[in-house]
Design a protein around this ligand. Structure first.
Ligand code: BTN
Length: 233
């Protein structure tokens, strides 16, 4: 495991993605990112005070293509419980990649698969103060508690907890993990819009299922969705 620290970089995910000789556990941390990216190419506002980091997970177990969601769900689960150790608050996991606190986003996760590695990128609002329009949609731990936190300690806790939880996952504990995740399922019972390539539907979200898909009640029907094909609003 090697740690790369940057005062400023375009993106910690991009750094590890482009590095040829990465090994399991390599960790890149930035104080500021100039080109922080989220899913679907969205910009990730990366100002000082946030925990901005990416690390490498070797792709040593076969997770079938359609179940990649399980990995990001596992990361979200692990992150939620790491945060709870730091401040025991009522965080929610928003399928498949986000953590929420008080109906606002506190963290986003971006998983990218490069060759035999997963690059796991996490943006966690810790000491940063969200400004202007971000204030209505994002929250940091400092905004909630008034305290400031040691970012390196936070990152170390998150990464260590993840590797431990990943061991449990590999040992076949997915069902137990899923049960806990469903207790903090942000979307559960909420009306959501599902936009697929050819239509838009509205329904009530249910549980996260064993294969990582989300069940949605649309009229009399129960459907299940894969994040790759839908957009939720
Ligand atoms: C999302 O909510 O869409 C995911 C956001 C992920 C942001 C993190 S910040 C560290 C790492 N580097 C990036 O460019 N993105 C991830």
């Amino acid at each position: 495991m090697r740690i790369y620290k940057f005062d400023e970089i375009d993106s910690t995910n991009k750094f590890l993605r482009e590095k040829e000789d990465v090994i399991e556990g390599d960790l890149a941390i930035a104080k500021v990112q100039t080109l922080g990216r989220g899913r679907r190419g969205n910009k990730w506002v990366s100002t000082e005070g946030a925990a901005l980091f990416s690390f490498v997970l070797k792709h040593d177990i076969e997770i079938p293509e359609e179940e990649y969601m399980k990995l990001s769900i596992l990361i979200g689960y692990s992150l939620l419980y790491s945060l709870k150790k730091i401040e025991n608050l009522d965080y929610k996991f928003k399928w498949t990649n986000d953590l929420y606190l008080d109906e606002k986003k506190i963290s986003g996760i971006l998983v990218e698969k490069i060759r035999d590695n997963y690059i796991i990128g996490i943006g966690l609002n810790i000491n940063n103060l969200n400004l202007e329009e971000a204030k209505s949609i994002a929250i940091s731990l400092r905004e909630k508690t008034g305290k400031t936190y040691d970012l390196e300690k936070v990152i170390a806790t998150v990464v260590e907890d993840f590797y431990n939880n990943f061991q449990e996952f590999k040992k076949g504990k997915w069902k137990e993990i899923l049960e806990k995740i469903n207790k903090v399922n942000y979307l559960y019972g909420k009306r959501i819009n599902i936009v697929t390539f050819d239509k838009e539907e509205s329904g009530i979200a249910g549980d996260i299922l064993e294969d990582g898909m989300l069940e949605v009640f649309i009229g009399d029907e129960i459907k299940k969705y894969n994040i790759g094909s839908i957009h939720i609003s």
